[in-house]
Ligand binder design. Structure first.
Ligand code: PLP
Length: 389
């Protein structure tokens, strides 16, 4: 190890902008989700680099908060967790016929089967190895996305045969909602009823469905009747509200785990009538001070939020002036600003602390908070705080 200053300096030293991930918030959010869903267990969804928060950091924090399972979309994400030494039960649900399912079986990853071909692929890998593979079965109860949609009865027969042959151990059976964020939508009840029927069909064929699970964040928070044996929250783990019309994170006992901070790289006077940023979509209405925030769409700041996205500078929030560029945005700080180059500004963070939120940015860009945090790019250094000693 070198003892140079560079080796011991924090990742933010000299940085233009960075993402702070609060592992303590993730831990406490999972504890809150567990409190709400117990006796059901919590599977924390850490796909998409843990919604931009960092796969391994978030996985460890979620487990420390009481999650007993982790979930990812892709096989490679699951393998990366195993390579990092994460040994918790781990579910994955998205792979093409060309995937190396055997690698997942070897790593003790629970693979979701969603069709006859995917079940056959896992059975073949298990036969090769001479030991059962851990699988979960996914029924499409109405989302119209992954899972067995039209021939569940036939699929139950294939599952029963694979279990009888001891090629697979069925550790769970699950489905996913289309409208969980609108708890009274009629599809919610219909999907739940269809799920219960599908489980009964499995049991009728003498197959134990294993852990039954259906609830994402929205259903975990708003629909206890959908909790079954395990809940599967993603967004709420990171302290964001999946139902912003029904409540902010704090209303659900959650706290945002991501803060995005930048340092002003220019502060200068401009005359009234000065066009700002590409295409001059904003023009100063008076003599003023312009501040330059070194963060743009290459970092995940949505270009659609031009003219609207909020940034906190010295206790006040300013909308982005004009277009979002690849690496920077401009703020009109007003004639009396005392901002200086190097001042730290908050692009998004904790709403209850008065900071702009991912939800604010989502509304400014016409999208959802999921996309805002997940897209915060790899160019931004990640700083983790609040990890257990
Ligand atoms: C992403 C995902 C989740 C988590 O959804 P949130 O709305 O983020 O809680 C749960 N289950 C499946 C299958 C998913 O793809």
């Amino acid at each position: 190890m070198t003892s140079s200053a560079a080796a011991t300096a924090p990742a933010t030293a000299g940085a233009s902008a960075w993402v702070t991930v609060d592992a303590g918030a993730i831990r406490q959010n999972v504890a809150e989700l567990l409190r709400r869903s117990a006796p059901a267990e919590v599977l924390a969804v850490v796909k998409g680099d843990a919604y931009g928060h960092g796969l391994v950091t978030a996985a460890r924090a979620a487990l420390a908060g009481g999650a007993t399972w982790l979930g990812v979309a892709q096989l490679d994400e699951a393998l990366r967790l195993r390579a990092a030494g994460v040994e918790a039960p781990l579910l994955t649900w998205l792979f093409p016929p060309q995937a190396d399912v055997g690698a997942a079986v070897d790593a003790g990853i629970d693979v979701t089967v969603t069709s006859p071909w995917s079940l056959e692929a896992v059975v073949a890998a298990a036969r090769d190895r001479g030991r059962p593979a851990r699988v979960q079965a996914k029924v499409d109860t109405g989302l119209g996305r992954g899972g067995v949609l039209t021939d569940w009865s036939g699929f139950v027969g294939l599952l029963a045969a694979a279990v009888a042959e001891e090629a697979v151990e069925l550790t769970g059976t699950w489905s996913h909602f289309a409208w969980a964020d609108a708890p009274r939508h009629p599809t919610v009840r219909a999907q739940q009823e269809r799920f219960v029927e599908a489980l009964a069909e499995l049991e009728g064929a003498g197959v134990d469905p294993g852990l039954r699970h259906l609830a994402n964040s929205a259903a975990t928070l708003t629909n206890p009747s959908a909790h079954f044996d395990l809940v599967r929250p993603g967004l709420a783990v990171y302290g964001l509200s999946p139902v912003p019309d029904l409540g902010a994170p704090a209303d659900f006992g959650l706290r945002e785990a991501m803060r995005v901070t930048a340092r002003l790289t220019s502060v200068k006077r401009a005359r009234a009538g000065q066009g700002v940023s590409y295409g001059h979509e904003y023009t100063t209405g008076r003599d003023t001070v312009l501040g330059l925030v070194p963060l743009g769409y290459a970092d995940g700041v949505p270009r659609h939020a031009g003219g609207r996205g909020p940034v906190l500078v010295g206790g006040r929030t300013y909308p982005v002036a004009g277009r979002v560029c690849m690496d920077q945005v401009v703020l009109d700080l007003g004639p009396d600003s005392h901002a200086e180059p190097g001042d730290e500004v908050v692009v998004l963070g904790v709403g209850a602390a008065g900071e702009p939120t991912a939800q604010d940015w989502a509304e400014a860009a016409g999208t959802i908070n999921y996309e805002i945090v997940t897209r915060m790019g790899p160019r931004l250094p990640r700083v983790v705080v609040g990890e257990e000693q």
